[in-house]
Design a binder for this molecule. Structure first.
Ligand code: HOZ
Length: 430
């Protein structure tokens, strides 16, 4: 297998490092944990990324989740182009917000009121503010390895880039700001129970990625989310589902439909913006009624409800709801996970694979992974080698063993078969 030429990506990376920290706009993309040069992308086409050196990759990152229909689907590009011709931002409400809010609420009935923001980070931060105001309490529970964006109060034992780079809790975040953030292991009922026995009357909310996607893909144990529902209710705390990553992916109705557990507040992003920057948080009307201008809790944004993002999100969701796109993407995720399992088995490499709806993940680990501690025992050095071998074979995985992988309706069985051959050859070459 010959190495691909990456001359232009190398030159851009070298220039970018003089301009931006690590040469990138978000840390995981710098390839630090897998080594080598990050590919600078020229364009996306359906299931593929094409880099500036003309190399084509089957894309299992899909912008870390939003692109359920693949790159540049006709419905979304048309909607964005039409909207761009009518203006990119108004600083005033538009009908698109109403349409998208109605569409989201039809899928997530628990979001009785919702507000659009510009990212999952903003949504999570605002959801906590709403929960604190509603309960009059300060403490917030999160899970080790779960990622809710980079707002100060939630940067405690976070997944995603923090786990990828093995960073300690971030300098620049005052200890006082995370003093009320209580971190417990995912899937550990006993520890959550003890915490509520000790601190229950001070806990405003439990935030959870109902299926963890920022430490690799880790499912909740059977009954764990229902347990969180019960214990939060019993103690007057709110349950917040961060579905930024899993929303519209693990099930057409999100994780709350998949598991039949209804949170008080939900945080969304990624898919609902069709690849443009967006977030939305919402939940019970009596909680959301506290937000300004209905109530006194302040939260705002110049570009919130941005018409381009609204148009893109609406186009994506409408297309997905009126076609078999979700099922096609889910089939591709299952088939890809199976292909990885069989390639690893054939090569004698221990692997744990899983797929839930249109996302999948794998750990190079002999033991099943149920929380961050077990995820962290995975063989990250071998993952880095595998990542490079796959790039050379035209498959683009997240440049981190602690990110989930994504599929789209453009990942046809033929595309997955091509990837399966690459997995077979790459595992054999490890
Ligand atoms: N936090 C994002 C996914 N977990 C990664 C964002 C990026 O680097 O693009």
């Amino acid at each position: 297998m010959t190495e691909l030429s990456t001359t232009r990506s190398e030159a851009l990376f070298s220039e970018a490092q003089h301009l931006m920290p690590g040469g990138v706009s978000s840390p995981v993309r710098a390839f630090k944990s897998v080594g080598g040069v990050p590919r600078f992308i020229e364009r996306g086409e359906g299931p593929y990324l094409v880099d500036v050196d003309g190399n084509r990759y089957i894309d299992y990152v899909l912008s870390f989740g939003p692109l359920l229909l693949g790159h540049a689907p006709e419905a979304v590009t048309r909607a964005v182009a039409e909207q761009a011709a009518k203006g990119s931002s108004y600083g005033a409400p538009s009908p698109l917000e109403v349409d998208l809010a109605e569409t989201i609420q039809g899928i997530y009935p628990s979001m009785e009121r919702l507000r659009f923001v510009n990212s999952g980070t903003e949504g999570a931060m605002s959801a906590v503010r709403a929960a604190r105001a509603y309960t009059g309490r300060d403490k917030v529970v999160k899970f080790d390895g779960h990622y809710h964006g980079h707002a100060d109060l939630l940067l405690a034992k976070a997944g995603s880039g923090v786990a990828t780079l093995g960073l300690p809790d971030s300098p620049g975040v005052p200890a006082a700001v995370t003093a009320d953030t209580l971190v417990v292991p995912f899937n550990d009922e006993a520890t959550v129970r003890e915490l509520f026995e000790r601190e229950g009357e001070h806990i405003a909310a439990v935030l959870v990625e109902p299926i963890a996607g920022n430490m690799g893909l880790v499912r909740p144990r059977e009954g764990f989310l229902a347990f969180l529902r019960e214990i939060t209710e019993a103690h007057g705390a709110l349950l917040v589902f961060d579905e930024v990553m899993v929303g519209f992916r693990v099930h057409p109705g999100g994780a709350q439909a998949l598991y039949g557990v209804t949170p008080d507040v939900t945080n969304l992003g990624k898919v609902i913006g069709g690849g443009l920057p967006v977030g939305a948080y919402g939940g019970r009307a009596e909680v959301m009624r506290l937000m300004a201008p209905d109530g006194p809790v302040y939260q705002a944004g110049t570009l919130s409800g941005n018409p381009l993002a609204m148009a893109a999100g609406l186009a994506l969701l409408r297309e997905a709801q009126s076609s078999d796109a979700w099922q096609l993407a889910a089939d591709a995720a299952r088939q890809t996970a199976e292909a990885i399992q069989s390639a690893a088995d054939a090569a004698g490499v221990p692997v744990q694979t899983d797929a839930v709806g249109a996302m999948f993940g794998f750990f190079l680990n002999e033991q099943p992974v149920t929380d961050y501690a077990s995820a962290a025992t995975s063989d990250t050095a071998t993952f880095a080698r595998l990542h490079k071998l796959l790039l050379d074979r035209g498959v683009y995985l997240p440049p981190s063993p602690f990110e989930a992988c994504f599929t789209s309706s453009a990942h046809t069985p033929e595309v997955v078969a091509e990837a399966a051959e690459a997995f077979r050859s790459a595992f054999a070459a490890l």
